[in-house]
Write a protein of this length. Structure first.
Length: 170
């Protein structure tokens, strides 16, 4: 696996129960304070009417990222998105986010919402690049007291890629 110096070949596919152990291990390493309980992943996968979850795998089949979407029309909400540190900067987060946005469109959502840590400028830049706009702050949202920025993407502005959004992401 490589970081910014080279692309990590990745495959994005629907998450299955067989992926949960690897996703849980990645979740716990990336979010030690805010990690989801293991059972939550099983519960989310069982809600196929409103949920869609995906994994990114490298060429050896290792799970190097995951993402999930809840869609209750007319709103879709990014539930989670994460990329292994060694795979950051290789476009995997963008590929996962694109997959979630496309799923939201297929399901008929008008908007996609998400929460992002106020102290995570890298993630905020990614979301702004995709055309998300901050609409609110949720004070002390995270367990460690960090605020969450609530961001929204108007899907009528989405044309298939971040570069093609009809709004200027600034």
């Amino acid at each position: 696996m490589t970081g910014r110096t080279g692309a990590v070949p990745a495959t994005i596919r629907a998450m299955t129960v067989d992926d949960i152990a690897a996703v849980d291990a990645l979740e716990r390493s990336l979010f030690p304070v805010d990690a989801w309980p293991l059972q939550m992943f099983y519960d989310e996968l069982n809600q196929t009417d409103t949920r869609s979850y995906y994994v990114a795998q490298d060429g050896s089949g290792e799970v190097i990222g995951y993402a999930g979407l809840m869609c209750v029309l007319p709103i879709a909400d990014v539930q989670t998105i994460a990329v292994a540190p060694g795979a950051e900067g290789a476009g995997i987060g963008s590929a996962l986010l694109t997959t979630l946005i496309e799923e939201a469109k297929v399901r008929g959502a008008d908007d996609v919402l998400l929460e992002v840590r106020a102290d995570n400028p890298r993630a905020q830049r990614l979301y702004r690049w995709f055309g998300f706009e901050q609409i609110h702050i949720r004070p002390r949202y995270y367990r460690d007291g960090a605020d969450a920025l609530i961001m929204r993407l108007d899907l009528s502005a989405w044309n298939g890629s971040p570069h093609a959004t009809t709004k200027d992401p600034k």
